[in-house]
Every structure is written in C-alpha cells, then in structure tokens.
Design a protein around this ligand. Structure first.
Ligand code: GDP
Length: 590
C-alpha cells in the first residue's frame, strides 16, 4: 500500500459524485481497498455505487492525496457552448460554409469538382486533392468552404443531428432539364433550415439550355430571382466550360458578407464531424469542420462518447497542418473510435478531462437508455403547445397525385389558429422516403401520407427517430385529424366557479395533520378536491389546494351549507379567526 501511495498522485480533482471504482482508479488503489476504507467510515458501498465528493475526499485525504473539487463535465460543456454563442456576436469574420444541392444529374458533383480544380487552396501545384468530405478554396484571401457531399439527404441528416453547418446553400438546376422533383425537395429542405439560397443554373453550354424557363419555374416555387423582382441570386454557369464559376463564387461572397459570419479563433476549438472512416493503418480518421476557435495538433478531443487527441491533421491535399481555424475542414487522426457524421467535436483542456467527460457521458447514456426521444405526434401536439414548445405545426405532405396535394394543402393552410400556424414545409408526390423522415426529424414536422406507401427504410428510420407518419385514404379524415389536433391546441381559457364559502371560527392543532381551521359553511358546498382562496378583510392571502375536510375526526368528501367542519390546506396554515375560505374549481370555457 505504502509503495503504491508513494508512486501515486499527490493531489486529485474529484467530481461531485463518483463511483467507488472511479475513485479507486483516480487514487491508484484497488477497488477493494477503497471499499474497505469506506467501510471504516460507515459507508457500505459496492464497486459501482456512487459516493459524494465529501466521502471521496475523506478516503483521498487518508491516503495523503489532496482532494479538490473539479468542474462538473456539464459545466465544461456549457462553458464551451456559451463561448461558441458568444463567438457569434463578437469575434472575427470567418469564411462561409457552402453546400450544393439539386436534382440528380444536374451537375452538383461536376460543379464541386470544377470549383475545386480551379481554386484549390494556394500552395504548390500538383497536390492531388482527396475527397475528405469538405474542402476550402482561397480566392485571394477570401476563403470559402464547400461541403463535398452534395445533396439534401446529407444536408438534412446533419441538421437532424443538430449540426447546422451550412451557411449558404447553392441549389443547382440544369438549364436544359429545368426544375425537377428533387429540385423542389432541395428548395424545401433549404427553406426548412432557414439557410440563404443561391441558384446555379448549370449546363448553360448546352444548346437546349433555357435559363429563362428555369427562372420561371422557380417563380412557381416562390423562389423569385433578382431579375424578376425577387431577392434570390441566380447565376448561369457551366461546370464543363467553367463559365460563370467566378460569378457564382462572387455571389457566395456577397451573401456571406450580408450574413456577417463571425467566430473567435482564440478559443479552444469546437467543430462538427463531416465524415469519418476507419483506416487500417492510421486508425480512425475524421474530417472535422472547425466551427469556432482554432484546432491544434496535440489538442485533446471529445466527440460524443469518443475521446482522443489530435495526433496529426491533414488538409484536403493530404498535407500536414499544425492548426486549423474557423470554417476550416481538416482530417484528423487520433480519435479512439470512428464518430458519425454530424457529431459535435470539442477540444477540452487535457486528455484526462476528455476521458472523464466521455466516462460521464457514457454513464448518463446508460441511465437514459430506453428513454427514447419522442418526436412530436398529432396526439402529443397539444401538450407541446401548452408547454410553449410548439408555435407552428409543421407538416410534410406526400400524395399520390399532384392535384390532391394542392387541394389538401389549401385546406390545411386555412386551419391555423391565432396561436398556432399550420405550415406545409414540403409537399410532393410519391412514397414517403428516408429524406422526408430526415426533414421531419430535423424540423420537428409530422408526415401525412395520402394514398401512398412508406418506403421500408423510411419506416424504420421514422421508428428510430420517433417521427410520426400518418396515412390516410380519405381527404376529409386527414383534414379532420389535423383539425382535431389543432383544437386541442387552442390556449384553453378557464374560469373560476365557486362551490362554497366558509368562515374560520376556531383554530386547532392536530399531531397528525398540523393546523386545522374550524369552519362554518356559510354558502354552497365545500368539496375536498377543490382549490381554496383564503380571504382576509377582502384580500387574498393564499390560493392553494384543499388538503382535507373533517367532521368529528372523520375525513369527508364534502360539507354542505349550515354545517361545521375542519379544513386543512396544502402549504398554508397561517389561518386567523374570521378568515373567509372560498372553495372553487376551474372550468374550461372555450
Ligand atoms: P450530380 O448528380 O448532380 O452530381 O451530377 P453530375 O455532376 O454527376 O453530372 C451529371 C452529368 O451532367 C455528367 O455526365 C456531367 O458530365 C454532366 N454535366 C455536369 N455539368 C455540366 C455542364 O455544365 N455542361 C454539360 N454539358 N454537362 C454537364
């Protein structure tokens, strides 16, 4: 024991609560030893039992190891989050993060490639660019970061994980093909995310290109480009010839300037995993987009339940970096496991702190296991509204034919009340897809499926995420169920209905129930389930629940006018003789 002590730590930071096992590890003793020492202080604890700081500190002091309280892991996380928020206001301007979305084959990948090829981060030519999920271009000191997984599925999946990393969305529309279903889907996803949008009208090199038709079709989707009097920038481009790419990037600059994106490079970094994989030689590799602060080689990291350390960092050309500032995507080596895209990454002060935070998070996770996150459903909507969590009922509408969608949409929009608005954030024909479920998950929407099936993968995704999919075959039933949910959503108005009044004439104390007011019922009936207002000289001195009614030592349910009784109130016993007790209940009047 003595030998172990001398090689062990001289001081230790202890959390508010720690398991016996955790304590023994920190003190460098065996769990058995810890249990024995606790016993001598009258604490019977098993290895996985939790003890408080004070108890842990006694054991620690006995061993000659000076204990000190450590900041709770929650406190660390909060501090980081607050910092991040602060960075939004104060701080230096940072590059925008751009995602490219659009219909399949309209040229998202070609555009990303063309932009990357002509603008790779300054440096010696010849570096082969790798796909790491994101890249940054440097246009004479005006960097722009592009997320390299095009499409709204990835965009919304990230958002569903709470990672809104995109500052600007570029929606690509092929000039020969025009606005297609996935174009509309992309637009709806971007709108739901409340991210500014730029339209890239691609393939303008083709003879069949008709940019004007695209602009008109966009207008039908309420995306009104500048030329038509709207505020959406639309830039004609060709990924093939490179025409218009500069103008597109200028448009990005412009929109990003308006947004005044800020970050604070001086703090410890926070970031988001963009993609990750397991490399057989190098272990877990994760592309992290730094959101705030500066990430440095050697930094200790936490990402969900994974801890680690930045052993090495690379840019998109595989070159080693020592540090990476806000909006910089970097591939990092050194996480102990592979995180998921969308996971948050935080730098913490030490590797030890990282392990501790992960350990704590894991315990919390175990504790929370089984408590599945419940999404909003039509049934729970009313509660959510009452709790102030919902002000808008967001809906995604999938129908068999377009005409139906429009009819349903029209009826639904008219249903909103003063307090709660009904908003169809996306409506399309075809089965309920995974992308719909992700959009619902990310936005807190409900999916209404009319005469369409739900894809199997979408159904299981919905199950996992607690997204509600309601299927209907009759329009009026669909409308009716939304209407019903909304009716529950009206802020109910209650009115006080007085059941009876009594006068306090005498006070007693009872060893069993405390202060009792001996009363005479002057009016109506006193009911045990009522609430009671205590009035003294016309002023209300209390408004509490009735705790009991007694007549001759018996508990009774009610007492009528003209009778005497004993009254006990909850959380009030400062009766005075002459007080008036008004027994009432609430009645909903709307
Ligand atoms: P994605 O599915 O949106 O990522 O589309 P891709 O980038 O894979 O492009 C689909 C097809 O359109 C490919 O055959 C591209 O070569 C072609 N394409 C993309 N951009 C252009 C363009 O500007 N002009 C022409 N002519 N073809 C293009």
């Amino acid at each position: 024991m003595t030998a172990r002590q001398s090689s062990g730590p001289r001081s230790v930071a202890l959390p508010e609560a720690i398991t016996v096992k955790g304590l023994s590890e920190r003190l460098g003793i065996s769990p058995i030893e810890a249990i024995k020492r606790l016993m001598t202080h009258g604490v019977m604890a098993a290895m996985n039992d939790t003890i408080d700081y004070e108890t842990a500190a006694i054991v620690s002091s006995e061993l000659g190891i000076a204990p000190s309280p450590e900041a709770a892991p929650g406190a660390v996380a909060t501090a980081v989050r607050e910092d991040a928020e602060e960075g939004e206001e104060a701080g230096e301007s940072r590059p925008p993060v751009v995602t490219i979305l659009g219909h399949v084959d309209h040229g998202k990948t070609s555009l990303l490639d063309a932009i990357r090829e002509t603008n790779v981060v300054a440096g010696e030519a010849g570096g082969i660019t790798q796909h790491i999920g994101a890249y940054q271009i440097d246009r004479g000191g005006n960097p722009i970061t592009f997320i390299d997984t095009p499409g709204h599925a990835a965009f919304t999946a990230m958002r569903a994980r709470g990672a809104q990393i995109t500052d600007i969305a570029v929606v690509v529309v092929a000039a020969d093909d025009g606005v297609m279903p996935q174009t509309i889907e992309a637009i709806d996803h971007v709108r739901a995310a409340d991210v500014p949008m730029i339209i890239a009208i691609n393939k303008t090199d083709l003879p069949a290109a008709d940019p004007d038709r695209v602009k008109q079709q966009l207008t039908e989707q309420s995306v009104v480009v500048e030329e038509y009097g709207g505020d959406v920038l639309a830039v004609p481009v060709s990924a093939t010839t490179g025409a218009g790419l500069n103008e597109l990037l200028e448009a990005v600059d412009l929109v990003s300037e308006i947004q005044e994106l800020k970050a604070s490079p001086d703090r410890l970094a926070t970031g988001t995993v963009v993609e990750a994989e397991l490399d057989s030689r190098r272990g877990a590799l994760a592309t992290v987009l730094v959101r705030n602060g500066t990430l440095r080689q050697g930094d200790a990291l936490v990402s969900g339940l994974i801890s680690g350390k930045v052993k090495a960092m690379f840019d998109e050309r595989g070159e080693r970096l020592k540090e990476a500032g806000p909006a910089r995507p970097v591939r990092i080596m050194g996480l102990e496991d592979v995180p998921a895209a969308g996971d948050a990454v935080e730098v913490v002060e030490s590797e030890r702190a990282a392990r501790r935070i992960v350990e704590q998070a894991r315990r919390e996770e175990e504790g929370a296991a089984g408590a599945r996150r419940g999404g909003i459903t039509l049934d729970t909507l009313f509660n959510e509204v009452s709790a102030g969590n919902v002000k808008e009922l967001l809906l995604i509408l999938k129908t068999d034919v377009r005409g139906t969608a429009e009819a349903i949409r029209g009826s639904l929009q008219g249903l909103g009340t003063g307090e709660v608005k009904v908003k169809v954030i996306h409506s399309a024909t075809g089965p309920v897809s995974e992308s719909d479920v992700m959009l619902a998950d990310a936005s807190g929407a409900i999916i209404l499926a009319f005469n369409v099936r739900t894809e199997t993968s979408a159904a299981s995704q919905a199950e996992i995420n607690g997204v509600e999919i309601r299927t209907y075959e009759v329009i009026y039933q669909l409308i009716e169920s939304v209407e019903q949910a909304l009716e529950g959503m009206y802020e109910p108005v209650y009115e006080r209905v007085v059941d009876g009044t009594a006068e306090v004439r005498q006070l007693f104390r009872s060893s069993r129930v405390g202060q009792i007011a001996g009363c005479y019922v002057t009016d109506g009936t006193l009911l045990r389930g009522d609430r009671v207002r205590v009035l003294r000289n016309g002023d209300e001195v209390a408004d509490v629940s009735c705790g009991g009614l007694r007549r001759f030592q018996d508990d009774v349910r009610e007492v009528q006018q003209g009778f005497e009784c004993g009254v006990v109130l909850e959380r009030f016993d400062a009766f005075e003789e002459g007080d008036l007790l008004e027994f009432y209940h609430q009645q909903r009047v709307n």
